[in-house]
Ligand binder design. Structure first.
Ligand code: GDP
Ligand code: GDP
Length: 438
């Protein structure tokens, strides 16, 4: 969703849909029936003071069991936090603070995005007096209103509209189409140093979207006549419990940055090599269909002989197998060695990820490769692959049409993937292969 997005979260029956409908008035909402557990999720575009923004009503739940319920609610909040630029956390003045409110507040207090605590059903003066208990939830922006009558909604919307500046909207829209690179890696691997090295030399636009601080930092760049967005978590340090949880949060944030990115620039420490944690992050990126570039940082600290880099790269590729068609670049963030090369390669991987092979060319190469090495016969049935097409997906995906799709096994898939990689450049990009019945 391009543009500024506001999500309404809160437990069932606090009045989210009532508020949502008031906001949208006659406008048509798009209803997205997410799952059996979740009530309809609604999207719409609202307008206030001449500013328009997306609104998500995160819906409610059909309670199944107590635990499933709470888990589902917290998941809803998490998704809303990911998707939105600002959150309206709605509570109910008629019932007061409930355990579920507390539990949602715990999740919401952790986001860096603006949260507005909306105390609904403040229909009269007595309710307003009672509603002061909600200050106890610990949010600075608190609004008392009645969705039913509409009283108090104007002040809230004024405050929301203040966040929506032309700059913010332009930045969000631009981001929708620019390549996004995430800089990820373990603490102390050199993420901040790399970022500083890049910013120091080539800063053109640095936009920290005001008022919509995220758990990750997005920076617009213009290098080599190419524009892109760098996503990093480097500067963010949790205030509390930094020590015991540093490792844990670094993984959580790496995953967030990864989710928002097209390409992951995974930083490794040259002296430590690739750790088990790095491998977890790597395989997660593969599963999520992200492009990957491995940056071996602190290369300045290594003793080098003739083949050091080559041997190092070979060793690394063994560790990341089977997906080893990944660029490896030896950099020094400190001495600013090959840091632009890293960006250049990330842009190449981005192009590879976007690559669409014309069907005729794809069939010409792949049918030849299949003729040269046929799939093994299963239960006496020869498997005949008739043709292949690339699917219109974000991750390069190929469907091979054949007579017995279920009988094609992994080794043959690997063969086809290797052939695809040999004939077409998919370096750094996971490729998916499917067999379909012809
Ligand atoms: P949701 O589950 O959070 O989407 O809640 P709904 O919007 O479905 O509202 C739940 C109930 O609260 C409905 O019966 C609404 O009519 C009622 N309600 C919503 N807003 C107000 C309000 O401002 N005042 C009062 N008294 N009732 C409200
Ligand atoms: P972050 O936690 O991943 O952001 O890591 P930092 O950028 O804060 O770097 C951690 C430490 O490694 C700092 O002392 C840096 O000076 C050092 N460092 C970062 N990059 C390099 C490099 O390329 N070479 C050397 N020798 N030290 C580096």
């Amino acid at each position: 969703m391009a543009g500024f997005t506001v999500a309404i979260v809160g437990r069932p029956n606090v009045g989210k849909s009532t508020f949502f409908n008031r906001l949208l008035e006659q406008r048509k909402a798009i209803v997205d029936d997410v799952s059996g557990v979740t009530r309809d999720r609604q999207y719409g575009v609202a307008e206030w003071n001449g500013k328009s923004f997306n609104v998500i009503d995160t819906g409610g739940f059909v309670p199944q069991s107590e635990e499933a319920f709470e888990k589902e609610i917290n998941k809803q909040v998490m998704i809303a936090v990911e998707e939105a630029n600002a959150l309206l956390f709605m509570v109910d003045a008629a019932t007061g603070i409930t355990d579920l409110d507390e539990s949602m507040a715990d999740v919401l207090r952790r986001t860096a995005k603006p949260v507005f605590l909306v105390v609904n059903k403040v229909d009269n003066h007595e309710r307003l007096l009672e509603a002061t208990e909600f200050y106890g939830l610990g949010f600075d922006n608190i609004y008392f209103l009645s969705s039913m009558s509409g009283s108090g909604t104007g002040e809230l919307l004024d405050a929301v509209a203040e966040l929506i500046t032309e700059e913010n909207v332009a930045a969000l829209e631009a981001e929708g189409v620019l390549p996004k690179f995430a800089i990820i890696g373990q603490p102390n691997v050199g993420k901040s140093s790399l970022l500083n090295a890049l910013i120091g030399q080539e800063r053109t636009i640095v936009s920290d979207i005001a008022g919509t601080t995220r758990d990750t930092i997005h920076t617009h760049y213009n290098l080599f006549q190419k524009e892109f967005v760098l996503i990093d978590t480097a500067g963010i340090r949790r205030k509390t419990k930094v020590h015991e949880d540093l490792e844990f949060y670094s993984v959580i944030r790496a995953i967030k940055a990864m989710d928002e990115a097209d390409i992951c620039m995974l930083l490794l420490d040259a002296e430590k090599g690739i750790t088990a944690q790095d491998l977890n992050i790597f395989s997660l990126a593969v599963r999520k269909g992200k492009g990957i570039v491995l940056l071996v940082n602190k290369w300045d600290k290594m003793e080098k002989a003739t083949n050091t880099a080559r041997d190092y790269e070979n060793e690394l590729k063994k560790r990341i197998a089977p997906f080893s068609d990944v660029p490896v670049i030896f950099i020094s963030a400190l001495e600013k060695v090959r840091i632009h090369k890293a960006i250049e390669v990330a842009l190449e991987v981005y192009d590879n990820k976007q690559r669409k092979i014309p069907t005729s060319e794809l069939n010409e190469q792949m049918l030849k490769a299949i003729a040269a090495y046929q799939p093994p016969v299963v239960r006496g049935n020869p498997i005949r692959i008739k043709y292949v097409t690339q699917l219109p997906t974000h991750v390069p995906s190929f469907a091979f049409f054949c007579n017995f799709p279920d009988d094609v096994k992994q080794p043959y898939k690997n063969y086809l993937e290797n052939q695809l990689r040999q004939h077409f450049n998919f370096t750094g990009v996971p490729v998916r292969i499917f067999f379909r019945k012809k």
